[in-house]
Write a new protein. Structure first.
Length: 314
């Protein structure tokens, strides 16, 4: 997607950063989401149903039924069009007759999709994160009751995502418990670094979940060697994720941050896993730990933006 106006680019950046805060892309399958797409397919009478999250340059499927692919490019995703009107259900009776979609692989390839209906997943702050959608192989329409049900399933999906986001924030606090504000002197500088492995779903398929878990444990040890335990630094891995949260204390944190970035680069070369780091310093020094973490998270989102831009330009 190549937004042409400043407003469009800014809106897309806000939308993408909202999705980042959910930490849902590239997570492992979940029974609740699988059940949800099963319900969507049964209610709407379609062979295909998907929970789709629209990332920077791809459409990633949190759950799917009737499709083999785990993701598609964003520029060939019908759901990318659906999220542009967050409050409206997008229904296309025959994709092959719509010039916007007639050449998309899902239409021309093995799936031979014709009918599409997708309801955006709208965060409480108003951004569309993706869709719950259903697809059929012949032209048709949904009944009013089916449309109402698809809207309800979208709301349920957002509730599941909200629960996941809140659980993640709780795990961040737990990961740093005993290493946060209470152990930092009021005048002592400190900062939070988030190091996050990218593309975990693909890495799990490539390496296998057991090997991937071992690799993440090795990364934790690698990052731990970069910090100053004598100053009270601490490295924690957020439970059930590929995110490492690092608390750095005292002066000279820039050197340790650079060491963490170098370790991440070495890990990419060794394991083929891209790692990005976001940072934020406490200002004032007694700022709440979670507030500093959320600012580091925003910095991480900006670095993801930059990585996507580099890939697009390559």
């Amino acid at each position: 997607m190549n937004p042409s106006s400043t407003d469009t680019r800014d809106n897309e950046r806000r939308r993408q950063h909202a999705l980042d805060r959910y930490h849902a892309v590239d997570t492992l399958p979940g029974t609740a989401y699988d059940d949800l797409v099963g319900l969507a397919a049964a209610i709407c009478g379609t062979p295909i149903a998907v929970v789709s999250l629209i990332d920077r340059d791809r459409q990633w499927f949190k759950a799917r039924i009737g499709l083999d692919d785990h993701e598609t490019t964003r520029d060939t995703a019908v759901c990318d069009h659906a999220i542009r009107q967050p409050d409206e259900l997008l229904e296309i009776s025959d994709l092959s007759e719509d010039q916007r979609f007639a050449d998309f692989p899902i239409v021309t390839g093995d799936v031979k999709a014709r009918f599409y209906a997708g309801m955006p997943l709208v965060a409480g702050t108003g951004e569309a994160l993706g869709t719950v959608c259903v697809v059929d192989t012949h032209p048709r329409r949904l009944s009013n009751q089916q449309k109402a049900s698809l809207r309800a399933l979208a709301r349920i999906t957002v509730a599941l995502l909200d629960s996941h986001r809140m659980h993640h924030e709780t795990q961040v606090v737990v990961a740093l418990q005993g290493h946060g504000e209470a152990s930092v002197a009021p005048s002592e500088p400190w900062c939070v670094v988030i190091v996050e492995a990218q593309g975990m779903a693909e890495a799990a398929r490539r390496l296998g979940e057991r090997t991937l878990e071992k690799t993440l444990q090795e990364l934790a040890s690698l990052f731990d060697a970069c910090v100053r335990h004598d100053l009270g630094d601490h490295v924690s891995r957020v439970t059930d994720s590929a995110e490492f949260v690092v608390l750095l204390k005292g002066a000279g944190t820039e050197t340790r941050i650079e060491a963490l970035r170098n370790a991440a680069q070495a890990a990419r070369q060794r394991h083929g896993i891209e790692l990005l780091a976001g940072t934020a310093s406490a200002s004032p020094a007694d700022e709440a730990l979670l507030h500093v973490y959320l600012r580091a998270e925003e910095d991480l989102s900006l670095r993801k933006d930059a990585l996507a831009d580099r890939r697009e330009a390559a």
